[in-house]
Ligand binder design. Sequence first.
Ligand SMILES: Cc1cc2nc3c(=O)[nH]c(=O)nc-3n(C[C@H](O)[C@H](O)[C@H](O)COP(=O)(O)OP(=O)(O)OC[C@H]3O[C@@H](n4cnc5c(N)ncnc54)[C@H](O)[C@@H]3O)c2cc1C
Length: 331
Amino acid sequence: MTQDDVLVVGAGPSGLFAACELARHGIRVRLVEREVRRHRQARATAIQPGTLEILDSVGLLSPFLESAEHVQCTRLYSADLSELRTATFKGADCRCQFLCSLPQYETERILETHLVSLGGAIERGVTVTKLDLDSNGVLAELMHAEGGIETVHADILIGAGGAHSITRDSMDQPFEGATYQGHFLVADIAMQTTLPRDETSFVFGPDGLLLLAPLPGGRWLSFQDLEEAVETVSAQEVVARVEVRLGEQARAATIGGTWEESYPEGLLPSRRKGSAIFSSCFLAHRSKLPLLSSVCACWSRSADALRPTRSLGSNSAIRPARSRAGPWEIA
Ligand SMILES: Cc1cc2nc3c(=O)[nH]c(=O)nc-3n(C[C@H](O)[C@H](O)[C@H](O)COP(=O)(O)OP(=O)(O)OC[C@H]3O[C@@H](n4cnc5c(N)ncnc54)[C@H](O)[C@@H]3O)c2cc1C
């Protein structure tokens, strides 16, 4: 059995940012992640002005500004693309009066680089399989991908395992709430349109809603509701579906060129012209947790419990990590 000051479960944006903050304040931290390889899912792309303030306060604003698309406003369109309404970030009492749009794996890359510069690391292929409280903290059982079980004692555990959290399960804290009707589709696609690349566009057409937000490398994050009978969409179908909702504005681009180079080595997926790089059909939930009573654990809002249209993903990951991983909470 080994002793750690803080054990962080999960190296998504929440766990990584918490580990960075702990390392920055000189607190001994161990960050474990069950996945052996980095993912390539563009989720949690919108980083809001308030979150950029937090990143600025820890010296991380530059890499985010350099890597991301800058989104000045959200524009709502009717089916014929006439403008209905615009909401801008101008006047927000923040240094950056825009959103940064960046795939989650890029956020994780920046945070991991920062963690390494602070002397920390992600331990990949390590799954927390069991958690128990003892009189001085938490006992955690870790299963290593290459085999072997390890038991560690931590003064404090930060559960950042996402939607299906062992921390939440171990505290007997099920989500309470309801599931919205119907399925939704989120995807990372390459296509050309005349829509501005410094705006998020919502198109309200006869077939339903379409959201397009720019991603680095000329790509787009698309989000749409699906017809009642549709529960799954193949990767090849995704761009065609976006084009239908966008009408004349859409034209599938020849995929290739510079954005491929922006992919981390070994992560470039094989795909056909016009198909999605990442896509996922999902149900949307409105969920919350009963009040926490435990003294030794905290975790971020979970992935699947968030509505992508509210763009809370990375923001709800980084903000609590900032407040919970400071020495004022933990030291
Ligand atoms: C398909 C999909 C699409 C999404 N799209 C959007 C979007 O468009 N916009 C948006 O704002 N948000 C979106 N989200 C939500 C967003 O991804 C989350 O809000 C965000 O990832 C939360 O970050 P996190 O660090 O808390 O959790 P996660 O990113 O889920 O990270 C948790 C990490 O913990 C690891 N882990 C879990 N259990 C263990 C364990 N027992 N031991 C070790 N490691 C463990 C997991 O492997 C994972 O790497 C989407 C989510 C999904 C699933």
